[in-house]
Write a protein that binds this ligand. Structure first.
Ligand SMILES: *Cc1c(COP(=O)(O)O)cnc(C)c1O
Length: 356
């Protein structure tokens, strides 16, 4: 059966939990909607896509994803517009990136149109869960994992592709304190840093915890070889503003996750005539700009927070404080514009909103 002939079956839940949600206390990623999506891969093709009541999934104890980590994910969001319409931000980009991750991890691809349609249909069924409070949205988590039930290291022949939905508030309320890492590594050249592969995140927890024990929120990762070049900030891409130019590590190296938020910020700022440089960014030039006061701004970019301004940068024994938030006119403008675009308050000239 061709993918285009796959029809998504729907089993409605009997008792919606949407009226039991405490919208004023919404911890990130802990509340899930009434339904979830599930599709299985076996005998060389995807089959039996279905939307069903949110529930636990049975698993064999030898399931290969648990033992050998063939597991990838995505993250994107749906928003409610003032006129009640729902839109998803650039899901086609997540579909592409998901398949790039799949290829790197020897997993089957999900046709892009099917990936987007599964999300669209699930969001439309759980549309009452998309919050319409300012700063709130519906977080969408597609993921795929290997399900072969035997202990042998080889690419699995069976997989599950699933999508969960979770209503969320603002991710980072306060400006972040980060530390430039000079020992631990997120990703090495030739590794899986470009893929949204589950193991990358498990491996980052220990170094991140060390930083948190020293009163930083997250790490700024540097290159694995010399720790001389900036790569990313936690699970976000990083952008600096030095001498009125936005500077961000280039994605040519396969150690950097190709963020859709960062790409959108670059496209938006460029359209405003702001100079943008995507290139190698050395720790040395960042420290120099912090010392001589030419560092106007630094922020993380990612779906969870859109744009998280950095307040403090630590490096070795020193800490540097960045300019006050009200002076960050460019990043404030970018964040406001992007947030407004996603809910239809400013015109979406780029065609980024995908309506449900
Ligand atoms: C997901 C992710 C990002 C941000 O990507 P977006 O598409 O903007 O959400 C950046 N870095 C890492 C390591 C990530 O996992």
């Amino acid at each position: 059966m061709a993918i285009s002939e796959l029809t998504i079956s729907v089993e409605q839940c009997k008792d919606s939990a949407v009226n039991r949600v405490d919208w004023d206390n919404l911890p990130f990623g802990r509340v899930f909607t009434d339904h979830m999506f599930l599709m299985e891969y076996a005998d060389g093709h995807w089959q039996d896509p279905k939307i069903m009541p949110f529930q636990d999934i049975p698993m064999h104890p030898a399931m290969s994803a648990i033992h050998y980590g063939q597991s990838i994910f995505e993250g994107l969001k749906a928003y409610k517009h003032e006129d009640g319409r729902l839109s998803i931000f650039r899901p086609d980009m997540n579909a592409k990136r998901f398949n790039e991750s799949a290829i790197r991890m020897c997993m089957p691809e999900v046709p892009e149109a099917l990936f987007v349609e599964c999300i669209r249909k699930l969001v439309s069924i759980d549309s009452s869960w998309v919050p319409n409070k300012p700063g709130y949205s519906l977080y969408i988590r597609p993921f795929m994992f290997a399900t072969d039930a035997w202990v042998g290291i080889k690419p699995s022949e069976t997989y599950k592709f699933m999508i969960l939905l979770s209503p969320v508030g603002n991710y980072y309320a306060e400006p972040v304190r980060v530390k430039i890492e000079s020992y631990y590594t997120r990703a090495a050249q030739g590794g899986v840093g470009r893929a949204k592969a589950a193991g990358n995140y498990g491996a980052s927890l220990y170094p991140a915890k060390q930083a948190q024990d020293h009163n930083f929120h997250q790490l700024v990762w540097t290159d694995a070889k010399e720790h001389k070049y900036i790569e990313e900030s936690g699970t976000m891409n990083i952008v600096f503003q030095i001498n009125d130019t936005l500077i961000t590590p280039s994605e040519e190296q396969d150690t950097i996750l190709r963020g859709i938020t960062k790409r959108s910020i670059i496209e938006l700022a460029s359209s405003w005539g702001i100079a943008v440089e995507e290139r190698k960014v050395s720790v040395e030039e960042v420290i120099q700009a912090l010392r001589d006061g030419t560092m106007q701004d630094a922020f993380g970019a990612g779906t969870a927070a859109t744009l998280a301004q950095i307040d403090i940068i630590g490096y070795k024994e020193e800490v540097f404080k960045l300019p006050a938030m009200e002076k960050r006119t460019l990043s404030n403008r970018i964040k406001e514009h992007l947030d407004a675009l996603k809910i239809g308050k400013v015109e979406d000239t780029f065609g980024w909103n995908y309506f449900v």
